[in-house]
Design a protein around this ligand. Structure first.
Ligand code: 8X3
Length: 251
């Protein structure tokens, strides 16, 4: 039977590649993002393959998140089998004493609180049906702290802890919960982190072969297509050139 997956941050990077990959693999899709135009374009593209619904919200806006997700009353979107908590960003890469409050708020509000708001709106239906699968997109930054990563790493460590907490508390309801933790992936991540400084952002991915969004989407698909008794609880994926957040072999 066709499963329905809700993906946040679906219009770019890992979220976009995941949406395209799940469409190819016959998942109905609820695509969430902030950009209505991009959502519409993606809906046009993917609805040729599978049923697609779009929700336009900023994960920071709890009321809208709840209202939009609760508005999904039509089949097959009323039954969310899979939640991919993908929306997340880094803002800045500064020593903690020079960090900006605005950047800190953005990272905690999007990466941590946003993930919680979306999950809060989706978990009850999974609990009721005693089935579901939640994949949180963490990061290698959730596994170790690197210089100047401070609050971003803190937000991703929170995702790591919350994932474990979800797995523990949702255990009675047969809900699978896992995290996929990517290292360096070539997306607009660094452009956002460096606030549009494309030259600095491009440099992050030069001199080696970084992961591509599709590589991460493949891992997510793998986790989603295991038999019902198998839960990929925690998976870290790096490009071969990367050994840790600070060890990277550039040519
Ligand atoms: C993205 C990877 O190394 O920039 O989460 O923290 S890193």
């Amino acid at each position: 039977m066709m499963k329905t997956a809700l993906i946040t941050g679906a219009t770019s990077g890992i979220g976009l590649a995941t949406a395209q990959t799940l469409a190819k693999n016959n998942f109905a899709l609820v695509l969430c993002g902030r950009n209505k135009e991009k959502l519409n374009e993606l809906k046009q593209e993917l609805s040729q393959q599978v049923p697609v619904e779009t929700l336009c919200f900023d994960v920071r806006d709890q009321k809208t998140v709840a209202q939009q997700i609760h508005s999904l009353t039509q089949s097959p979107f009323d039954k969310i089998d899979v939640l991919i908590n993908n929306a997340g960003n880094a803002h800045g890469l500064d020593p903690i004493d020079k960090g900006s409050i605005e950047d800190w708020d953005a990272m905690m509000d999007i990466n941590v609180k946003g993930l919680l708001y979306v999950s809060h709106a989706v978990m009850p239906q999974m609990r009721e049906r005693k089935s579901g699968h939640i994949i949180n997109i963490g990061s290698t930054a959730g596994k170790e702290v690197y210089p100047n990563g401070n609050v971003y790493c803190g937000s991703k460590h929170a995702v790591d802890a919350i994932t474990t907490g979800m797995r523990l508390d949702l255990n009675p309801y047969h809900i699978r919960v896992g995290a996929v933790n990517p290292g360096l992936v070539q997306t607009n991540f660094s452009e956002v982190r460096f606030k549009g400084d494309t030259e600095r952002a491009d440099k992050v991915y030069q001199g080696y072969m970084p992961l591509q969004p599709q590589d991460v989407a493949d891992v997510i698909l793998f986790a989603l297509t295991r038999p019902a008794h198998v839960n990929i609880a925690d998976l870290t994926v790096m490009c071969t050139a990367q050994a840790s957040s600070t060890v990277l072999k550039k040519e």
